[in-house]
Design a protein around this ligand. Structure first.
Ligand code: XMP
Length: 516
């Protein structure tokens, strides 16, 4: 395992994904992780991530000292390099010239950069094009280190102590703007840490199946299937491992997209022969939601209702011992976090994760170590349809938070039709894959229109399509006007009850992706 200590950089997950892409397993832990955990993990190398702090301030986050005492290679990136410099008795200071964005570095011969360069200049000096983002810099090398890259603004842009295999990079190798970044990370993990290349999907499936069988034995497992990517892939994997010992519960809450229930049942029950209990709770959810228009209140009702139904069903499955969930690695990292940092709740995201433990079931989370792109790769390898595997994320409360205010059956039906047209046209035009999430929102306000020779007075549909990597920030997608025109036309012509379509051009922040 390669250990990544997270100092809070927005790129930490990117480091991990780049390393996994070189077929090396790595894990992210907060910088203040218990040193004993590091000791027990016995990593073959350690990476210190970037972060927002200043290394020379009094309470600046530090790596546990054990990092430098294990005798394994260490790579510090940006803040990670500064923390390393400071802890090993170098000097860090505020940079006179801050550097953000593209920079050109002169590179000295060293193991980390051997045969890695973008070009050679007229004087025969190797050049790297890198991406920088820092206000502080290392001003004096710690003992034993030498400079391996520099430019005018940053005299110590990279440093190395080759005897101890400690390296520091002021730039970010994990972002694509650093053209040789992947090669540098690859060099660090494969040549310097001497990692093998055993992290790949076929290996993973075999190991995961082995682990599931060993843990579960001949006991029964239940899983709440939502139709989303994560729970679907978890179901397919567990089914591959233990077959009929797995029972899935699929709850139709009446807030699903068009034909969704049918598709889930077809894929799992019919094609994969997974045991799926299909619960039609459409009426029940709508009844409970009646009269409620506050978004958080709606979320709570939907969440609570789901838990209740799921528990009832689970209780009916005799001798169930395990509750399987599609928790993926970013969920694990986020909920662990650092002791010193806590994110604020903007919306309470309800997941199956909110199940109380009155069921006395043990948790089985076979995707806990995987990133989303790895989950998708696994899904394809397990034979799930591409359509499902590359589906946009859908919130747990479903259309419940896409119908503004009070939820009514009539509204849900109109929204489903409009949404289906939108998605169909996005797929047809190739824009579905170019957006991270796209959906229609129902606005319960009426506006005046004219259709034929008569006046209409009907509801409004808003379309939302965004581009984002991490869903924390997002840009609205610049869909072509011709495409928007076609979608608007179709919705107004085909969905009776809608006479106006608008396109949401708000970014996140300050808007959120969903409207509620
Ligand atoms: P926002 O609207 O907060 O959404 O920008 C970010 C991402 O989270 C999804 N989302 C939810 N997912 N339960 C969920 O499981 C929720 O209550 C919920 N609210 C938002 C949203 O679809 C987007 O992908």
């Amino acid at each position: 395992t390669v250990l990544i200590l997270d100092f809070g950089s927005q790129y930490t997950q990117l480091i991990a994904r780049r390393i996994r892409a070189t077929n090396v397993y790595c894990e992210i832990h907060p910088f203040d992780v218990d040193p004993q955990i590091i000791q027990d993990m016995a990593p073959i190398g350690i990476i210190l991530s970037g972060g927002p702090a200043s290394a020379f301030t009094e309470n600046a986050p530090r790596a546990p000292q054990i990092v430098f005492e294990l005798g394994v290679p260490v790579l510090g990136i940006c803040y990670g390099m500064q923390a390393m410099a400071d802890q090993l008795n170098g000097k860090v200071a505020n940079a006179l010239a801050r550097e953000f964005g593209y920079a050109e570095l002169m590179v000295e011969p060293c193991r980390l950069f051997e045969n890695i360069q973008d070009r050679v200049n007229a004087g025969g000096q190797k050049i790297l094009d890198v991406w920088m983002s820092h206000g502080d810099r290392v001003d004096a090398l710690p003992p034993g280190f030498s400079i391996i890259a520099h430019n005018a603004a940053t005299p110590i842009a990279a440093m190395a102590d080759e005897s101890r295999q400690f390296y520091g990079l002021q730039f970010h190798p994990e972002v694509t703007h650093t053209l040789q970044g992947c090669a540098i990370l690859d060099r660090f993990v494969h040549d310097i840490c001497q990692a093998g290349s055993d992290w790949n999907m076929p290996n993973y499936i075999d190991e995961a199946i082995g682990r599931i069988r060993a843990r579960v034995g001949n006991e029964r497992v239940i899983l709440g299937l939502s139709g989303g990517v994560d729970s679907s892939v978890a179901a397919a994997l567990i089914h591959r491992a233990i077959g009929d010992q797995l029972t899935c519960v699929f709850v139709d809450n009446g807030l699903l997209r068009q034909h969704e229930a049918k598709q889930v049942m077809e894929t799992f029950s019919r094609n994969l022969a997974v045991n799926v209990i299909h619960i039609d709770a459409r009426r029940q959810f709508l009844e409970r939601l009646q009269g409620t228009s506050d978004p958080e209140q709606k979320r709570r009702i939907i969440g609570r209702e789901f838990v209740e139904i799921f528990q009832q069903e689970a209780a009916r499955i005799d001798d169930a011992k395990w509750l399987a969930q599609g928790t993926i690695y970013p969920d694990v990292i986020e909920s662990a976090g650092s002791k010193t940092q806590k994110a604020r709740t903007i919306k309470s995201h309800h997941n199956v994760g909110g199940l109380p433990d009155t069921l006395h079931l043990e948790l089985l989370e076979p995707l806990r170590e995987l990133f989303k792109d790895e989950v998708r790769e696994l899904g394809l390898a397990l034979g799930l349809p591409r359509d499902l595997v590359f589906r946009h994320p859908f919130p747990g409360p479903g259309l419940g938070v896409r119908i503004l205010g009070e939820v009514k059956y009539e509204y849900a039906e109109l929204l489903r039709q409009a949404d289906a047209i939108f998605i169909e046209e996005l797929k047809y035009s190739g824009w579905y894959e170019k957006t991270a999430q796209a959906f229609a929102v129902f606005l319960p306000v009426k506006s005046v229109g004219v259709m034929g020779d008569s006046r209409s007075y009907e509801y409004v549909i808003a379309l939302r399509a965004v581009q984002t990597e991490d869903y924390m920030t997002a840009h609205w997608a610049e869909l072509p006007y011709t495409l928007l025109a076609k979608i608007s036309n179709r919705i107004i012509n085909e969905v009776r009850g809608i006479n106006r379509v608008v396109y949401d051009i708000s970014g996140k922040p300050p808007a959120t992706i969903e409207w509620e």
